[in-house]
Ligand binder design. Structure first.
Ligand code: NAP
Length: 247
């Protein structure tokens, strides 16, 4: 049984993941850590791995503590830029048996949607992304849509596919969405929705639509648990849960 602690355990994501770890037969939840708890609890309880779902302000200090003590980490917290990743690589170089996984997306369905879209992209002339979210979301387009566009653009480039066909010469501003690496991305904000995305691909006489729907935060737990089970076999820094899941 791997001993696991959750950092940010009383948060929206942390509470779901703590309960899932607690319910798993092969994982032992030894600590639920909040902002007022001491990280020493990790040592006292013998935690072998943590899931960090805290805040961009807290996560680096948490990871430094864990890496220095040989504790693996699955990190759902956002806000990692190149500078932060380089800092993590430096810490991990000094503790080469520790694994840290930066997982911007815990949803296995969303990860598959991105991988399938990239796989399909070279086979179709046209591709556009429509992301749909609740109207309280502050950023547009979503991080998932931006990442999907980048993966699609890479796959098309690698296969030598030219630009998507588009005869538009006049348009109201925004009518064709945002353009990320040559891929159009449209953002809808609709009351009642949670988090959804469609990738619409088109070739002569056919279209293919790949759609993912997040209906509940519970969808983030299986990916986090799969990451925990796999991380001891993946020392060093891994970016993206897909690399641990064999996607
Ligand atoms: P949230 O509800 O605000 O929860 C954050 C929690 O972190 C709070 O409960 C807070 O505890 C705790 N915290 C703050 N500083 C801490 C510290 N130093 N040590 C331990 N705990 C600390 O936020 P959320 O919606 O759960 O999201 C958490 C993070 O996950 C965000 O970065 C978010 O963008 C990201 N996220 C990732 C995914 C994914 O799939 N990877 C999905 C959704 C969200 P207190 O209440 O005690 O202050």
């Amino acid at each position: 049984m791997m001993k696991v602690a959750v950092l940010g355990a009383s948060g929206k994501l942390g509470s779901v993941i703590s309960d899932a770890v607690d319910a798993a037969d092969d994982l032992d939840l030894v600590a639920r850590i909040g902002s007022r708890d001491s990280l020493e609890t990790l040592v006292e309880t013998g935690a072998e791995a943590v899931v960090d779902v805290t805040t961009p302000a807290a996560v680096m200090e948490n990871l430094r503590f864990c890496i220095e003590r040989g504790i693996h980490a699955i990190v759902g917290t956002t806000g990692f830029d190149e500078e932060r990743l380089a800092t993590l690589r430096g810490w991990l170089d000094e503790h080469p048996r520790v694994g840290v996984v930066i997982a911007p997306n815990f949803s296995i369905g969303a990860l598959l949607m991105m991988q399938l879209a990239a796989k399909a992209a070279p086979f179709f002339e046209s591709v556009e992304i429509v992301e749909l979210h609740h109207p309280t979301k502050a950023d547009a387009p979503s991080g998932t849509a931006q990442r999907t566009a980048a993966l699609i653009a890479d796959a098309r480039r690698e296969a030598g596919v030219g630009p998507v066909p588009d005869a538009t010469t006049t348009a109201l501003e925004g009518a064709r969405g945002a353009e990320i690496d040559g891929i159009h991305v449209h953002a809808l904000r609709i009351r009642g929705l949670v988090a959804h995305q469609e990738v619409v691909l088109g070739g002569v006489g056919e279209t293919l639509t790949i759609r993912h729907d997040s209906l509940d935060r519970a969808s983030f737990a299986p990916g986090a648990l799969a990451g925990l089970r796999a991380v001891p076999a993946h020392p060093g820094l891994t970016i993206g849960l897909e690399h641990l899941l064999g996607l």
